[in-house]
Design a protein around this ligand. Structure first.
Ligand code: PEP
Ligand code: MG
Length: 589
């Protein structure tokens, strides 16, 4: 949402700051989605050029699909992918879509994206009216093909993130986690998007990669021109386009102060996360890539509390082999020792998909074939990953964690498979840690309700608040429209955490938290008061959380928690905790 516009074109936008830091740079507009709906009327002279552009995009799409198919056939056993690509290639060679769009460009004198959209709409209406399941799937195929062509049409003007070679700030309608992975290797210094939420994986990755970012800005994409000067303030969630000289100077100073503050905090690196009255808690880091380990250590993490292994799979076309995974996990273990790492099995699905791979479209991916459900469907992939983790456990302290467990039966099934793989390794005389702990993520409400039983059958819990909040309050964690309902201090969330912690402690197992709530300074006193044993967060948040832990007593935290739990709404809890914390930490709250 643009909140202010001044005569010299300075525009200030307010969104959600999802990755702290300040960056000042030039805008790079990644507007592949925006172009989708824009209609441009062409002059007679422009038509030929437009058809040419369209044909080039079709050709490029065909070449890309052929290349993907070739690689898939070589690298992936499941041949169904190959046949989906054949269908896509057929659609591109069929007159129905391509010729119809060309005719529309010619006759109605409109741009290719618009023409393609109109033709697509006609097809969709026909398919919808038929209502046959098989044909519905073909509709999805046509949509996918059209999307690829549009991407390639835009691609003529806008390069992909992976190819950015100059320092820029990316402005986009939306970004996928895979786009964010590419940023790591490119020169992207910050980003701002129309859509998104605090706990979307794109936001989480931005924090891990320490790229300042603001999301949920509404319409920044259509208000920025390529090359505009732009300031991203990931602390306040503000974006300023074409800043005046005064604003520019002001932000340079703010940037300097932020860097200084961060440096000062790092001095706490080797001190324990211990309250004023000597109560200790473990502060750990979440990682998506093993390359983050130096930053994890530098920020004073005592362990890796969550390694999201799916990022090994996301930006590549074939799955990593057991050996590749083993090498990655082993390297992580050796680099991190004597600290422990919790390796989570694959949590693919939901918003974590590989856009290059053809897939069955799910109407509700977040409630669909995700995480452990995917692993149990593709037991071959699960078994390879289990063997890789088990083998790596011979090289240092490792734990294994299972995502999206929804009940006891699921846990037992996975544990039986783990036991079989352990037995296979024993028989082959391959070393692994016989006592490696196996933990369960508590992120589905049904699992939270069953923690008294689950605690008897696993070694630890880690509360995944990103999903637990999403599924408990029924809000899509990546949807900016309902972002205001995403409240970690919601009384239902606090009660659930309390229940999970006491179920774990009753059975004598430890319980951690690895959702973003763990790194939110406002939640720290309550999480201390609820007696969570470990908090795992993005590495950059650790020093701030440590500072809070070291400057509050366990008694104070317990008193704050007791009162907070008696309040009926998230707003009241928040107002109360802010008032308590502002007295103690006026510079943070
Ligand atoms: C969570 O859901 O809180 C979690 C840590 O897992 P992810 O964010 O990867 O879904
Ligand atoms: Mg989760």
């Amino acid at each position: 949402m643009a909140v202010a516009k001044t005569p010299n074109n300075v525009v200030t936008f307010k969104g959600i700051g999802v990755s702290p830091g300040i960056v000042i740079g030039k805008a790079f507009l990644l507007d592949r989605w925006k172009i989708r709906t824009e209609k441009i009327n062409l002059t007679n002279e422009q038509i030929k050029k437009e058809i040419n552009r369209f044909q080039k995009a079709i050709l490029l799409s065909k070449q890309q699909l052929a290349a993907v198919k070739e690689r898939l056939l070589k690298e992936v056993e499941d041949k169904t992918y190959g046949s989906i690509i054949d269908v896509h290639l057929m659609i591109l060679s069929d007159d129905a879509l391509v010729k119809a769009a060309e005719e529309m460009i010619q006759q109605e004198k409109v741009n290719a994206e618009w023409a393609l959209d109109q033709v697509l709409k006609k097809f969709t209406a026909i398919f919808d009216a038929i209502g046959d399941a098989y044909l519905k799937e073909r509709k999805t195929d046509i949509e996918h093909v059209a999307e690829r062509v549009k991407r390639n049409l835009v691609g003529e003007e806008a390069k992909g993130i992976a190819e950015i070679t100059k320092d820029v700030v990316v402005v986009a309608h939306d970004l996928t986690p895979v786009d964010t992975i590419h940023m790591q290797k490119s020169k992207v210094k910050g980003f701002a998007t129309d859509l998104g939420g605090r706990t979307s994986h794109t936001a989480i990755l931005a924090r891990s990669l320490e790229i300042p970012a603001v999301v949920a800005l509404g319409n920044i994409c259509s208000s920025v021109q390529p090359g505009d000067a732009i300031i991203i303030d990931g602390i306040e969630g503000t974006v300023i386009v074409n800043p005046s000289k005064e604003i520019f100077t002001q932000y340079l100073e703010k940037q300097r102060q932020y860097v200084y503050y961060e440096k000062e905090l790092l001095k706490l690196k080797d001190l324990a996360a211990e309250t004023l009255d000597g109560y200790r808690i473990e502060l750990a880091a979440n990682i998506e890539f093993p390359e983050e380990v130096p930053s994890v250590i530098e920020h004073g993490a005592e362990a890796v509390g969550l390694y999201r292994t799916e990022f090994l799979y996301l930006d590549r076309i074939s799955l990593p082999t057991e050996e590749e995974q083993f090498q990655a996990y082993k390297k992580l273990t050796l680099q991190l020792a004597p600290r422990c790492a919790v390796i989570r099995t694959l949590d693919i699905g939901g918003d974590k998909i590989n856009p290059e791979l053809p897939r069955e479209i799910e109407p509700n991916p977040v409630l669909g074939l995700r995480a452990i459900r995917y692993s149990l469907k593709r037991e071959d992939i699960l078994r390879e990953q289990l063997r890789a983790i088990l083998r790596a456990s011979a090289y240092g302290p490792l734990r294994m964690m299972l995502p999206l467990i929804s009940g006891i039966a699921e846990l037992r099934t996975v544990k039986a498979i783990i036991a079989q793989e352990q037995e296979n390794l024993r028989r082959s005389n391959i070393a692994f840690d016989e006592r490696m702990e196996i933990g369960v993520m508590i992120e589905v409400p049904s699992a939270a309700m069953l923690t008294d039983l689950l605690a008897k059958e696993c070694d630890f819990f880690s509360i995944g608040t990103n999903d637990l909040i999403q599924y408990s309050i029924a809000i899509d964690r990546g949807n900016r429209q309902v972002a205001y309902l995403y409240e970690p201090l919601h009384p239902a969330v606090l009660r659930t955490i309390k229940m999970v912690v006491s179920a774990a402690h009753n059975e004598g197992i430890w319980v951690g938290m690895c959702g973003e709530m763990a790194g939110d300074p406002l939640c720290t006193p309550i999480l201390l008061g609820l007696e969570i044993d470990e908090l795992s967060m993005n590495a950059v948040s650790i020093p701030t959380i440590k500072r809070i832990v070291r400057n509050i007593s366990r008694k104070e935290a317990a008193d704050i928690t007791y009162r907070a739990l008696s309040l009926p709404t998230a707003k009241e809890v928040e107002t109360y905790v802010v008032s308590e914390m502002a007295q103690r930490f006026p510079d943070i709250f």
